[in-house]
Design a binder for this molecule. Structure first.
Ligand SMILES: [Zn+2]
Ligand SMILES: [Zn+2]
Length: 343
């Protein structure tokens, strides 16, 4: 009888399906790739053939150019497709726009590779859908009981309150360019913040794409100060009390130093760790994650109730131990090449 490992197994290139001859989120160029979502560590360019959701394919084209693969195929939500005799289907993962879990079915076995996922409400991503399966492959980015993400809306309200408390200071919000940035902006709007929001140039294409997919981000303006030094007063006036969103990397360079007496904010699940916030010089940490916290991880496993759990990228040990205590067979996959430090 076939075993689960005959259907999917970890390799240095990523998860490989021998009977289907495909990889899931391969970290090196391969012949046939199934891609869960558009983050750079999961979606890479240079594969011969890519199968992904329409939105993930569009995001890959935006980031890498239209020639990111020789051939691409769209996976409509929930539709069963055959890849070399193995059935695959894509189901929402709630992580970023277009993000999917991939169900792989063969000889009566069902394995779900969830990619990155979250359970929390996010107005910019299709909500996570639990898919019954024999093996659930889960990430473990925040898989320690100390990781409990607070209420997301409360974090966004903290940011709005700070702009009122410091109306003369610009608020620079570091947020990952795909997903986090649009989520922060959309949630600001839903919490009643309707001033123009300034965005770093690196966010423009993805914000435009989210807008074109029906996610209203309100008035966005480029956060550029192309003024001479003598105009510093005018720059100060324009950005006083304003919210400026940019990728975390931008905050280390000269770009960030142009804003008046900025309040440095960072939207990330890692902001739960005070030391990390301090190291980055973050004055206002916003604990806003696109990954499950500990409770969401274990609740998801309990809800899906698979025979086996395979744990990938992150803090595998604690989650494997929790499964053992609950009588669920679990093992770490030790996949390399996935980084969620930017969350
Ligand atoms: Zn991701
Ligand atoms: Zn990831």
């Amino acid at each position: 009888m076939a075993r689960f490992e005959d259907l999917l197994r970890p390799t240095p290139n990523g998860l490989f399906c021998p009977p289907g001859d495909f990889f899931i989120d391969p970290v090196r160029p391969v012949d046939r790739a199934l891609v869960t979502h558009g983050h750079a560590d999961h979606a890479r360019s240079g594969h011969r053939h890519v199968l992904a959701t329409r939105r993930t394919l569009a995001i890959m084209a935006l980031r890498y150019g239209e020639d990111f693969a020789d051939a691409r195929q769209e996976a409509p939500w929930g539709e069963r497709l055959s890849v070399n005799g193995v059935n695959v289907s894509f189901h929402p993962a709630g992580h970023v726009l277009g993000s999917a879990q991939i169900l792989v079915e063969w000889e009566g076995m069902r394995i779900v590779a969830s990619g990155d996922y979250k359970r929390r409400e996010d107005p910019t991503a299709e909500p996570f859908e639990p898919v019954p399966c024999d093996v659930f492959i889960t990430e473990a980015t925040f898989a320690l009981p100390v990781f409990r993400h607070p209420d997301s809306r409360g974090e966004v309200r903290k940011l709005i309150a700070s702009t009122r408390q410091f109306p003369e200071r610009a608020h620079l919000v570091g947020a990952y360019a795909l997903g986090k940035a649009q989520r922060v902006i959309r949630m600001l709007r839903e919490e009643g913040y309707h001033d123009p929001i300034y965005i770093h140039g690196a966010l423009k294409k993805l914000c435009d794409f989210y807008e074109s997919e029906g996610i209203d981000l309100g008035e966005l303006r480029p956060a550029t100060i192309a003024r001479a030094k003598s105009d510093e007063g005018a720059a100060k006036a324009e950005f006083a009390g304003a919210i400026v969103v940019g990728p975390p990397s931008a905050f280390a360079d000269k770009w960030a130093r142009r804003f008046p007496d900025p309040v440095s904010c960072f939207a990330s699940g890692w902001m739960r760790v005070r030391q990390r916030a301090r190291q980055r010089g973050v004055e206002l940490p916003l604990i806003l994650s696109d990954h499950c916290d500990w409770d969401e991880l274990v609740e998801t496993i309990a809800e899906i109730a698979p025979q086996e759990v395979w744990v990938t990228h992150g803090r595998e040990e604690a989650l494997v131990r929790w499964c053992a205590l609950k009588g669920v067979r679990a093992r770490p996959l030790h996949l390399v090449g996935y980084e969620d430090e930017g969350d």
